[in-house]
Structure formats: structure tokens, C-alpha cells
Ligand binder design. Structure first.
Ligand SMILES: C[S@@+](CC[C@H](N)C(=O)[O-])C[C@H]1O[C@@H](n2cnc3c(N)ncnc32)[C@H](O)[C@@H]1O
Length: 283
């Protein structure tokens, strides 16, 4: 039973970090003419209306994207370009932020004729919306299947260049182990792919164990980026921080994030904010 709906959370501080990292990876892949594959194991609906009843219920974007001024972050020009284009395409008022792109929309913005997108979404309604949001895109295939299983069938891709985004809601605690197993199996078949895994910081011990499993997986070249609105309190009352584990990141990513994270954290969380930017396993 899937109860999580990303439409309640779109554009929050966790989405901001996740999509900034995703844009950096996509930018890097587009530097070469050779085609690449984008595999999104947990795609969501693809595009979110920030004025919808769901978004208005928690207003999470007010602690996320709504806090950022593009003019204060010239280094995030590409990220804001996608958001602006999406709002323009959707016919939104130019002075307002009405829509926030999901990961498939960020990818759609980057995919060229020679690239392919593979999107997985299990929730029936979000699958329907995602299919509509990506219709007439012959280079994108949307499947209502388990993304972690689907991933194994897609690697290694013919292009031999790919980014895999793994962004579950972790509604079920076993999902952490399932993610590690799926990444280990995919990496065995396709060791040169870039894998970007999102995680929520609800319980620090759980995440320490999650990271430990990556560190001891035998996989090399792993970085971790984390941003929190406050320090962890380990009481499982809600998400205080979130992070991205990136395997085979673009060589520019660590420097970019180490310069960006202090400033981004300050803007999103003031003096309470915390961040991490480190190499978990060397190349
Ligand atoms: C955190 S949301 C994804 C957000 C999206 N990646 C983004 O950045 O806009 C997680 C999504 O995964 C879907 N989901 C849960 N389990 C899944 C599975 N095993 N395979 C594919 N999708 C799944 C949920 O319905 C939900 O829409």
C-alpha cells in the first residue's frame, strides 16, 4: 500500500539539495555529444503545482525553493533555468513561482535526441500524471513497475553512460537495505555508472548504518552531501536533514558542493543549519 505522495512535499529543502546535485550530474553528462541514459527508479508525478491543495497543506516549499533568490546564487543558474522554463511552459505568472519540477522534469530538460530516459513510478495516480507530463517524448519510457527491479534490467545500458537516481520515500524501513542491495547488484553489472541516492535524516543511527553499508560494499568513489534545517535529535519526529550519496560523481561536484553548501544552508536554515560534504570512499 503506497501512501506517500510527493505533491505534499515538492520544492522543500530536501528537493532543493537533491535537484541541485541532479542538475550538476546532467550538466556534466551533456558536456559530451555521446548519448546517455537517465534512470529514475522512483519518479513521482514529474511536475508539482505549488498552489494545489496538497502543496498548500504543508507549504513545505516555503522552507525550500521559495527561500532562494536566483540572483543570490549565480552558481545555480542552470537549476533556476529549469524551474523558470517549467513555469513558463505551464503558463504561470512570470512574477510567481507556481510550479516546481520533479526529477523527471529536470531530466526532460536535459535529454537530447541521442539520450534515453527510463522512469519508474508505482503509485497509480502519480503514474498517470507522470505519463501525461512526459507524453509525446519518444526518448522517455514510463513504467508502472518497481524501480529497483527495473534498474537491474537496464544496466549496463547500450550507451555505457548513465545516471541513476534512487529516490524512495522510505515508508517501509526495509527499503534502506533494498536500496543498498539494488545498488550493489547494479554496480556489479555497470561499475562506471553514476548513482545518486537520496536519504532522509529521521534517525541518525539508521543513516549511519545505511552509509556504513555503502562504505563496506567494495564500491569506490563515493561522496556524501547533506543539508539540515537543524541538528539531529534522533527522536524520529520528522525529517531534520536529508542527503545524497553519489557514486562516481562528476569530478567537479565535490568542489562545487563544498563552496555552495555553507551558503545554501545559511539561506535555508540560518544559524541553526548544518551540512556535510565529504568523500566516503576514495576513487
Ligand atoms: C520521493 S518520491 C519521488 C520524487 C521524485 N524523484 C522527484 O524528485 O520529484 C518517491 C516516489 O516513489 C514511488 N514509489 C514507491 N515505491 C516505489 C517502487 N518500488 N518503484 C517505483 N516507484 C515507487 C512513490 O509512489 C513516490 O511517488
Amino acid at each position: 500500500m503506497l501512501s506517500y505522495r510527493h505533491s505534499y512535499h515538492a520544492g522543500n529543502f530536501a528537493d532543493v539539495l537533491k535537484h541541485i546535485v541532479l542538475v550538476e550530474i546532467l550538466e556534466h553528462l551533456c558536456k559530451k555529444d555521446a548519448g546517455f541514459d537517465y534512470i529514475d527508479t522512483h519518479s513521482g508525478a514529474g511536475l508539482f503545482n505549488l498552489k494545489s491543495a496538497h502543496a498548500k497543506k504543508l507549504e513545505e516549499h516555503s522552507n525550500g525553493i521559495a527561500k532562494l533568490e536566483a540572483s543570490d546564487f549565480p552558481e545555480l543558474e542552470r537549476y533556476f533555468d529549469v524551474i523558470n522554463d517549467i513555469n513558463k511552459e505551464a503558463g504561470a505568472d512570470r512574477r510567481e513561482l507556481s510550479f516546481y519540477p520533479g526529477s523527471p522534469s529536470f531530466a526532460k530538460h536535459y535529454l537530447r535526441r541521442q539520450d534515453r530516459g527510463w522512469l519508474f513510478e508505482l503509485h497509480p495516480e502519480d503514474f498517470k500524471t507522470l505519463s501525461k507530463n512526459t507524453e509525446r517524448q519518444r526518448k522517455i519510457r514510463v513504467s508502472k513497475e518497481d524501480g529497483l527491479k527495473g534498474l537491474l534490467g537496464l544496466v549496463p545500458p547500450a550507451s555505457r553512460r548513465a545516471v541513476v537516481l534512487v529516490d524512495p520515500s522510505y515508508e517501509v524501513k526495509t527499503e534502506y537495505d533494498q536500496v543498498v542491495t539494488a545498488i550493489k547488484n547494479a554496480h556489479k553489472k555497470f561499475p562506471s555508472g553514476t548513482y545518486a541516492v537520496w536519504y532522509p535524516m529521521i534517525n541518525r543511527n539508521k543513516i549511519n548504518e545505511f552509509e556504513r553499508q555503502f562504505v563496506h560494499s567494495g564500491i569506490r568513489n563515493i561522496q556524501r552531501f547533506e543539508l539540515g534545517l537543524s541538528a539531529d535529535d534522533n527522536d524520529e519526529r520528522g525529517m531534520t536533514s536529508s542527503g545524497m550519496i553519489v557514486i562516481n560523481p562528476p569530478w567537479t561536484l565535490h568542489k562545487k558542493m563544498s563552496e555552495l553548501l555553507p551558503k545554501l544552508t545559511k539561506t535555508l536554515a540560518g544559524d541553526e543549519g548544518v551540512y556535510k560534504c565529504d568523500v566516503l570512499v576514495d576513487e
